[in-house]
Write a protein that binds this ligand. Structure first.
Ligand code: C2G
Length: 164
C-alpha cells in the first residue's frame, strides 16, 4: 500500500487493474506489479480466492487471506480486491473507472473482450521463474529420503568446519 495514497475521486486518476493468484510470491509477480503501477496513478489487484482457483484447476500452497495481505503490502499496490469469478472483470472496470487492464502474456487474447471498456495489455513475463517451478523444486527437495538429507547436512557441516 502506498505511503501517501492519491485522491482517487479526481476524474483524471489513471486506474490500472490486474488479476492473479500470486501463490508463493516471487520476483516475476513483483516485476509485473511494478511495471503496471508505472502505467497509471492507481493500481488495483484482484487476487484469486481459493474457491475460484479450484474452478481454475489450481490448488495454492498459500491461502487467499495471506496472498492478499502479501500483495497489499507491496508499495506500488493501491487496492486489493478478491477475484471470485471470470465475469467480475467488466463490473470491476466500470466500478473502479479503470483505464487499463493488464496481465501477463500467458493470457494473450483471453481478455480482449474488455477492449470495449478499457485498454487491454499483455505484458512479457519474467523469464525462468514461476510458482509451478518453485513447487516442483520444493517437491523434489521434500522427496529426498530423510537419511540422505541428514548425510548431506553432515557433509556440509564438515565442509563448513574445514573452511573455518
Ligand atoms: N507472471 C509474470 N512472470 C512470471 C510469472 C508470473 O509476469 N515469471 C505474471 C502472470 O503472467 C500473471 C501474474 O504474474 O499476470 C500472476 O500470475 P499467477 O499468480 O500465475 O496468476 P494466474 O493464476 O494466471 O491468474 O483472471 C486471471 C487470473 O486470475 C490470472
Amino acid at each position: 500500500m502506498k505511503q501517501n495514497p492519491i485522491d482517487i475521486s479526481h476524474e483524471s486518476v489513471k486506474t490500472v487493474i490486474t488479476y492473479g493468484t500470486f501463490d508463493m510470491f516471487h520476483i516475476g509477480h513483483l516485476n509485473l506489479l511494478k511495471r503496471l503501477s508505472e502505467r497509471g496513478d492507481r493500481l488495483i489487484v484482484g487476487v484469486s480466492t481459493d474457491e475460484f482457483n479450484l474452478l481454475k484447476g489450481k490448488k495454492t500452497l498459500i491461502p487467499y487471506d495471506q496472498r492478499a495481505k502479501i500483495v497489499e503490502a507491496i508499495d506500488c499496490v493501491d487496492l486489493v480486491i478478491p477475484e471470485n469469478d471470470w465475469e467480475q472483470k467488466v463490473r470491476d472496470v466500470q466500478e473502479y473507472n479503470v483505464v487499463t487492464f493488464a496481465i501477463g502474456e500467458d493470457w494473450k487474447g483471453e481478455f480482449d473482450f474488455l477492449q470495449e471498456h478499457c485498454e487491454v495489455l499483455y505484458l512479457e513475463r519474467t523469464k525462468d521463474i514461476s510458482t509451478t517451478d518453485l513447487k516442483r523444486s520444493l517437491k523434489r527437495f521434500l522427496s529426498i529420503p530423510h537419511e540422505d538429507l541428514i548425510k548431506a547436512f553432515e557433509v556440509l557441516e564438515l565442509l563448513r568446519r574445514d573452511l573455518e
